[in-house]
Design a protein around this ligand. Sequence first.
Ligand SMILES: [Mn+2]
Length: 271
Amino acid sequence: MGKIAIISDVHANYEALKTVLVDIEKRGIEQIYCLGDVIGKGSRPNECLDLLKNCIMVYGNWEDFFNNKMYSSDLVKKRYELLNKQLSKENKDRLKSLPLCCELYISGRLVRMFHATPSNAWDNILGIDRIDKIYKQFLPTKYTSNKIADIVIYAHTHTQNLMKLYNRTLINIGSVGNAFDIIRNKEKDGSCENTTNADYLIIEGEINCKEHADIRFEFISLNYDRNLELKESKNNLELESYSKELLTGEFRNVKKYKDNFDESYYDITKF
Ligand SMILES: [Mn+2]
């Protein structure tokens, strides 16, 4: 049996990433997969990329935005310019070379990993979406091999989740540096400390093995020094919303998110 660690959505949160990497090293896990959004929001994107030199990485929406200069407003243009100043040439080149998906076999299962969906790094699948939308997460696209995946690992929504569908397993690994919970209701919410830790996933099984064998999934949630991260957050364009997310787990764009949601089949404001 071997282990791999899968991390995502570091969002330039250096303290959270260091805490996770120390934990991974303590467990003797050598191979780390990173599912994108290493950059954006936090203040130390270059330092985070430097720590992740040996990871197998796919790109997230933030890397896509940076690589393709996807400005939609002055604020987004400012974000780009700041990142452009912060990142080394080596790291910029690396971001440009990242694939959308990666795959391997573990204990006989085809495991496919990507940031949001196997088609692009932006679409939102909450794990509570319609069955056909979730099933599509397993299907091949032009970015994958031609097989249907047995296990899909993704991130993007920053909320851990595991569900089964048609004998297949869909796992959201959550976020290392920007964990939040989209569905909020002041009367029903538990402690925000249940949400704002540095989260990642470990899979234990026969790595690169096509024969069926035992497999284990372990969700890890680590406390880290949020106040030190905020103290070190120099040159942050959106420090107020970043602080709120780190300390309370409340997503800055929750209103926009609700507006984009297809309420004909699911109204998250009712929960
Ligand atoms: Mn993200």
